[in-house]
Design a protein around this ligand. Sequence first.
Ligand code: NAP
Ligand code: ZN
Ligand code: ZN
Length: 349
Amino acid sequence: MIPVRGYAAQDAKSPLAPFQFERREPGPSDVQIEILYCGVCHSDLHQARDEWGGSLYPMVPGHEIIGRVVRVGDQVKKVKVGDMAGVGCLVDSCRTCPSCQEGLEQYCEKGNVQTYNAKAKDGQTLNQGGYSEAIVVDEAFTLKIPENLDPAAAAPLLCAGITTYSPLRHWKVQPGQRVGVVGLGGLGHMGVKLAKAMGAHVTVFSHTDRKKQDAARLGADAVVVSSNQEEMAAQTGRFDFILDTVSAQHDINAYLRLLRRDGHLVLVGAPEKPLDVRPFSLIPTRRSFSGSMIGGIQETQEMLDFCAKHNIVSDIELISIQQVNDAYERLLKGDVKYRFVIDLASLRK
Ligand code: NAP
Ligand code: ZN
Ligand code: ZN
């Protein structure tokens, strides 16, 4: 076994603290990665604080992982020692069900295996995430990181990037279509960059007027302050597609009514409590309301290559692992531009 240092939550109430644990020795198809950077996703906070229920402790969060390959098993072909590799939210799946065969491992019908807050396929080992110095992953669940992307700023692509890219592709967003992105946080700012690169006309919905300039700088064509009812009313029936990335309670009907006939509102934000949907927000205009979860491995690689081509990375604030609890508090206040990324060199000191 490989001894690894990390930061873990021991329960829903305590701050994250130093934690020592073990990773498996790499098997024939495994890759060992020295972690350099790990993004801080709002899902890390939801899970560390057990906001979705059923959290498994001790929990080392982190699923936006980038690092150097330091060891590979003798059957590994995808990456070699010295390569920059990534690991996102998934580390395994059944690999045989129809979803897995279609490359949709996130929807594995036997249950996908997540990077942390999940048991490994043996049903025993608790998986631990990227707020740590090393990880061992089957090559099938590693990603190749294009050389032209800054590795720290590319880390958030592994969750925030793919979570916004996948629905834009699945619902076939086309050049010239009107796309709304609700919530300008880690996911939202990636949604803006990706939808723009796909040629859409992008409007950001933000709940205060504080992010107007940033939204424009990130490429948005328009910004609507969602707490301003007049501004919202002016957008009624205009959108082909709206991506909702909000992490907290909000009125979903206020966005459904902004869709044109047959428009789609796709939820990726996962607030703790249920959302109320009024039947007549959907029925008279045949609008649809859907959800979407991250993306499969093949699509994640496609997204990374798309980002390399269009020179897209995340806007980040690099922090030390010792600052992670402060970063969680700042995330709750919306005080991040637009993703915290942990520099794991701070753990090796
Ligand atoms: P984040 O950086 O904290 O961004 C969330 C944004 O929501 C904020 O920037 C803010 O945008 C808006 N918001 C926050 N509180 C609000 C409130 N009270 N009322 C209205 N808007 C509010 O979080 P993130 O990392 O992007 O994650 C967003 C959500 O997506 C989380 O729930 C996370 O768990 C979920 N997620 C889902 C998937 C998936 O596969 N579906 C993957 C990753 C994350 P404005 O200030 O611009 O309004
Ligand atoms: Zn995430
Ligand atoms: Zn499967």
